[in-house]
Write a protein that binds this ligand. Structure first.
Ligand code: C2E
Ligand code: MG
Ligand code: MG
Length: 632
């Protein structure tokens, strides 16, 4: 009666999947646990389907009770499968029914009812009947379909309500097709019941989600074989409120330098050995490799963290040796007890990263402890990141102006536009707190463009003569200088506002001049568009006069550190530098002038312009106009 052409290969493929799945470490998060249930239940369904079908086909040769129980087990697993297939969808979509007990019980009710009806079926004959004439469907056979279609319907509903959770298109389509395939399996089961096709369709759906969500390698760092950063984030996001509250973190000291010295192959091998060692030492803990030489060990309270650090440090005294490599490394440690367990993954990861960087800097065998103030610091930093993102998205980056004074006349000749950000209360956040964020998130160009745009608006508003100002300086980040169409973009903004590009002086730091070829190209493009170039922060980088000579700067701005240094300990170096620059035809601006005496000393040396708190702090544009610009 039953045909086994599809179900036997299905079982064989399922075995291969099981072997692959169980051969790698798996992360104990909800979604993975549900997937584990799915493959176990699918195996049970397939096996019980084969067994009960064989018994049905040969019912005369077996006790009827055995045939009946085998069928009952099959139906039980069949309905459980429908439920766990649905649970996988809600776990991927981060839907937590436990937060709404009424919904939770409503959703489970069809399963419970179907299970009860099925369990009693050998006595009542409601779902199926096994008698002297063999196996037959019972009067309530459709309960099995009701259960399956109910959970499929719930899965589709959940998908359409919460599909925005899935950011990647591949994941979105996989989850949709997963449900479509299960639906197709049900239809085939109705149309061709004898072919036992439903299990094959379910296996197809399972393979699809295995490939898109559940391959354990997605959560493994392939170099170290520990869990990766994504695993840590998902684990922390989900585990709030349970026993994993203790963190032992370590960072390989001077990781980048060590990688450069030993090379990638040896370092990867060492990471592998460290990871194996940590796994052996903390068999009941979770080991994560947190990128760039950082490991995080999540343990429960039974482990003495200080002793554990001591032990690891002892191990690091000797080399990490294998057939491929021998590497001597040093490590620094951080300990954290997340007692309240209410912190988000973002805060924990940020705090750990900062603390590990500090430990790496201090380089002491003793561990650093993360305290409440470190967490507060991370929260503040994250808040700034959010403010920055918001300001960038909404064009809310402000530009303050700081006057630049002509040394000879003592009058304001220009101004530097300096980026400012405001927090939610309106307090000003200085650039050193958000420019690194802009650089690390790839948004420094957007920031620069907003400041540039505001500088153009200011020039436009001030009228053709700019009421006495000769130019406005705008800073360019070295990252912006790598942007191929920078000159065209800036020119088109200036044109949009009807601003002559010669009124804008672009400040470039020495860092920008390192890559000779692209820089020459960029600088020529900017010059061709009419912009004037200024070398900013001279004296902070490694200066190469021969190279600077080739770049058509108009002005060199001496960094305030060398200005201050000279002011407190005068020597021959700064005067000689200034002399050389003047011979090369550069104008000189001295930054960081904080008192009158400083201005006199630097005027003596031949500086042309001054900028500093002695004259004015950077102030909002409207304030600058009111205070310094001549009325039209
Ligand atoms: P910078 O371009 O060298 O700007 C001068 C910095 O020195 C400003 O700091 C200014 O407030 C500060 N300063 C001026 N006079 C004095 C003084 O007398 N004493 C002291 N102690 N400081 C003085 P600010 O505004 O915090 O900017 C810091 C840096 O952030 C800037 O250094 C610049 O490198 C960067 N930055 C600011 N705005 C932008 C921007 O729009 N784009 C880019 N890429 N970088 C920017
Ligand atoms: Mg500057
Ligand atoms: Mg500067």
């Amino acid at each position: 009666m039953w045909n086994f052409s599809f179900i036997c290969p299905t079982l064989l493929i399922l075995f291969i999947l099981l072997i692959f799945y169980f051969s790698l470490p798996r992360l104990g998060i909800r979604q993975n646990k549900v997937f584990l249930k799915i493959i176990i239940i699918e195996t049970l369904v397939v096996i019980s389907d084969i067994v009960s079908s064989v018994l049905d086909n040969n019912y005369q040769e077996h006790p009827l009770v055995l045939v009946s129980v085998a069928n009952m087990l099959f139906f039980v697993f069949f309905m459980l499968r429908a439920y766990v297939l649905f649970k996988f969808v809600i776990s991927v979509l981060h839907i937590y029914p436990r937060k709404f007990p009424a919904i939770k019980y409503f959703v489970r009710l069809p399963l419970y009812l179907s299970l009860v009806v099925t369990a009693f079926s050998p006595f009542t004959g409601m779902i199926y009947i096994v008698n002297e004439t063999g196996y037959h469907a019972g009067p309530f056979y459709n309960v099995t379909y009701f259960c399956s279609f109910f959970y499929l319907g719930m899965a589709f509903l959940s998908f359409f309500i919460k599909r925005d959770v899935l950011v990647r298109k591949r994941e979105l389509f996989s989850l949709l097709f997963y449900n479509v395939i299960i639906g197709a399996g049900l239809i085939f089961r109705i149309l061709l019941p004898n072919y036992l096709l439903m299990d094959t369709f379910c296996l197809m759906a399972i393979l699809l989600v295995y490939l898109s969500f559940e391959n354990p390698e997605f959560y493994l760092d392939l170099r170290s074989t520990a869990f990766n950063r994504k695993a840590l984030t998902d684990f922390l996001d989900e585990r709030a409120g349970n026993q994993w509250k203790n963190y032992i973190c370590l960072i390989i000291h001077d990781y980048s330098e060590m990688r450069a010295i030993y090379g990638s192959t040896q370092m990867d091998d060492a990471l592998h050995m460290i990871s194996d060692y940590l796994n052996q030492m903390f068999p009941k803990s979770h080991i994560f490799y947190f990128s760039r030489g950082r490991f995080v060990i999540l343990t429960d309270s039974r482990i003495n963290k200080e002793e554990a650090c001591e032990k690891i440090a002892d191990k690091f005294e000797s080399s990490w040796k294998s057939e491929l490599s021998e590497v001597y490394l040093n490590a620094d440690y951080v300990i954290f007890s997340n007692k309240e367990n209410k912190l988000s993954a973002e805060v924990i990861e940020g705090t750990i990263t900062t603390a590990l960087d500090r430990a790496d800097f201090i380089n002491d065998r003793r561990p650093l402890y993360i305290g409440a103030e470190d967490i507060e610091e991370t929260k503040k930093q994250l808040e700034i990141e959010r403010c920055f993102e918001h300001a960038i998205e909404n064009g809310k980056i402000e530009a303050f102006l700081q006057p630049i004074i002509d040394a000879e006349s003592g009058r304001i000749i220009g101004a530097e536009a300096l980026a400012r950000l405001r927090d939610e209360e309106g307090n000003v956040i200085p650039p050193h707190m958000f420019i690194p964020i802009a650089e690390s998130t790839g948004r420094v160009h957007e920031l620069g463009v907003q400041v540039f745009e505001k500088a153009c608006e200011f020039i436009k508003k001030s009228g053709p003569e700019m009421k006495g100002l000769s130019w406005i300086n705008v800073n360019l980040s070295p990252i912006q200088m790598l942007q191929a169409d920078l000159a065209e973009q800036l020119e088109s903004i200036a044109n949009k506002h009807g601003v002559d590009t010669e009124l804008i002086h672009l400040e470039i730091t020495e860092e920008s001049t390192i890559d000779d070829y692209s820089m020459q190209h960029q600088i020529k493009a900017l010059k061709d568009k009419g912009f004037v170039l200024v070398l900013d922060d001279y004296g902070t980088g490694y200066s190469n006069l021969a190279r600077l000579k080739k770049i058509p700067f108009t002005t060199v701005k001496l960094d305030m550190d060398i200005v201050l240094d000279y002011y407190h300990n005068p020597d021959e170096v700064l005067p000689m530098m200034i002399k050389t620059f003047k011979q090369l035809g550069f104008k000189i601006t001295a930054e960081g002038i904080e008192n009158e005496h400083m201005s006199l000393v630097l005027a003596e040396l031949g500086c042309d312009y001054f900028q500093g708190f002695y004259y004015s702090m950077p102030i909002p544009m409207h304030e600058f106009s009111e205070k310094y610009l001549k009325p039209a």
